[in-house]
Write a protein that binds this ligand. Sequence first.
Ligand SMILES: [Fe+2]
Ligand SMILES: [Fe+2]
Length: 302
Amino acid sequence: MSTLLELAAEGGAGAPSGEDSKVGAIPLMGPQQLYELWERQNWQSHTIDLARDERDWAAMDPGLRERLEWNLAGFFVGEERVTTQLSGLVMSYESQAEEAFLVTQQVDEARHAQHFNRFYEQVIGVEGSFEERLQAARADVSPAFVEMFDGLLVEWGARLVRDPHDVEAKVDFVTLYHMLIEGTLALTGQWFLTDFMERHEILPGWVEGFRLISRDEHRHVAYGTWYLREKAADPALRRRIGARLLELLPLTNDVLVPRGVDPVTWRMLDYTMQQTTEFALGALSRRLKVIGIDLHALVAAA
Ligand SMILES: [Fe+2]
Ligand SMILES: [Fe+2]
């Protein structure tokens, strides 16, 4: 089993070959186009039918239920965290289009948390308030998760709230939030969990919600890729993005593994850690290549 850093050093799992002559030529959607896409892709979390999910959950093997709950907890708590902690980035907008897009991203994250709250209440059957269900989900998240979502994300968001014009703070925040939390962790988890449900033909409401959330996340990551490519034109900021990635990859890797399990033998449902780590690294490497950063070369030179 290799970690994200080890795989990047090997240049495996879809990491770029080092040829990045086309960087800058790849057309990317900017904030205005992404805002307009948001208008076309709007959806409602409260109309997803969860009746079949309730029956599937009740009939499910208790061991599988427990593993699914662990996976879901990270999404529920994570979506709540990324909603409030986006406020500093919203304040840092540099154009009217960026302001409009970032506000849509914040409401998307609130909608995602609403969807998971509804699933916890109606399908898992956790009674009480939204706050009590969130607290219950926290019992399943790991120390690495807490360090990332209650530590770094909050501290780096607060730096932007204090000074929304601090471009270094903004670059750090987008690297953590859009590249690693959304582009590496969330989209990987969503892909494997959706694939599992579809193969086993269970929890159709979960699948429908995850598909819609994943579409939103792709739009958010597209903004982060656009923003970092703009800023990476400055060599000092490009080095800063690289330094932050190297610093954050070990923690990102740890967030993929639950509390108290052996990372060598642990499987996410029926996928090995090698499979999920390779998928996560491939997704990250492709986006970094668009930004103009060769992850393999970055790790090899460190
Ligand atoms: Fe989200
Ligand atoms: Fe997001």
